[in-house]
Design a binder for this molecule. Structure first.
Ligand SMILES: NC(=O)c1ccc[n+]([C@@H]2O[C@H](COP(=O)([O-])OP(=O)(O)OC[C@H]3O[C@@H](n4cnc5c(N)ncnc54)[C@H](O)[C@@H]3O)[C@@H](O)[C@H]2O)c1
Length: 250
């Protein structure tokens, strides 16, 4: 029996990058996956690609995770299609503009906050009651090493990712007596389109700090997320898991 046979997942930002890799991995292990992405073109292409070659079915809900309607639509579409929700991966996120805090407009903080934190909050709110009723749930939030260490010239990104870590710890404790476990992953640099938002100097700063001397691969993050989504992960909640090539020191 495959690890995620009869399991149903929602993966936000599953159309590209790390979210694509997570969707592919969960689906290859038998999960049915509802991808949520605001890019309908990339989202449909990715969903069709993964759906055609894996045992688990994959479907798409188009929407911006920062809007309450998107989480409600995703939950409705998932329940209408498969009748339950076992796994939520809050992966959608943006990098934002690089610059010192005194050089950035406050609207840039608002923009990054809306997607990186508000989106995670809304999806947790929409999904958790169903998981509690079902007496099973695994939630994985995508944070970042930037949220632990605070990268210079990345205040909106670093601070929203720190908030995702704290949200994970709080919600993990709120649900600790249930079988709904909430953890987050804190990757260092992984080669995806998100890096196109950053300057070459910023990427060099982050990559030079990785003791393994290389960037992470999407499949390495997907493997960790897959374990956190599984029943084998049973005594961990409210925790932050590194995938940083040795960069993280706590
Ligand atoms: N790439 C890295 O180096 C790195 C490192 C640490 C953490 N992360 C985190 O991993 C997650 C995925 O990043 P990635 O590198 O794969 O990015 P990416 O840009 O390659 O892919 C992000 C996906 O999310 C979707 N998306 C973005 N904003 C959305 C929104 N508001 N609503 C719905 N969908 C949205 C995009 O359309 C895209 O499909 C992010 O949360 C990011 O902060 C990335």
């Amino acid at each position: 029996m495959m690890r995620f046979e009869n399991k149903v997942a929602i993966v936000t930002g599953g159309g590209d990058g790390i979210g694509y890799g997570i969707t592919e991995r969960l689906s290859s292990e038998g999960a049915n996956v509802m991808v949520v992405d605001f890019n309908s073109e990339i989202g449909s292409q990715s969903v069709n690609e993964i759906d055609s070659k894996n045992p688990g079915n994959v479907r798409l809900t188009v929407g911006d995770v920062s809007q309450p309607k998107t989480s409600l639509d995703a939950v409705k579409n998932t329940l209408d299609t498969w009748g339950k929700i076992d796994i939520l991966v809050n992966n959608a996120g943006i990098g934002g503009i690089n610059g010192n805090i005194w050089e950035l407009d406050v609207e840039e903080l608002d923009r990054v906050y809306q997607i990186n934190l508000r989106g995670v909050f809304l999806f947790c709110q929409a999904v958790i009651p169903h998981m509690v009723d079902n007496n099973f749930g695994r939630i994985v939030n995508m944070a970042s090493t930037a949220g632990k260490e605070g990268n210079p010239r990345m205040v909106p990104y670093s601070s929203t990712k720190a908030a995702v870590i704290a949200l994970t710890k709080s919600v993990g404790k709120e649900l600790a007596a249930t079988n709904v476990l909430v953890n987050c992953v804190t990757p260092a640099v992984v080669q995806t389109k998100l890096l196109e938002e950053f300057t070459p100097e910023q990427i060099k700063y982050m990559t030079d700090k990785i003791p393994m001397g290389r960037t992470g691969e999407i499949k390495e993050i997907a493997a960790l997320v897959s374990w956190l989504c599984s029943e084998e992960c049973s005594f961990s909640t409210g925790a932050a898991y590194d995938a940083s090539g040795g960069r993280a020191t706590y």
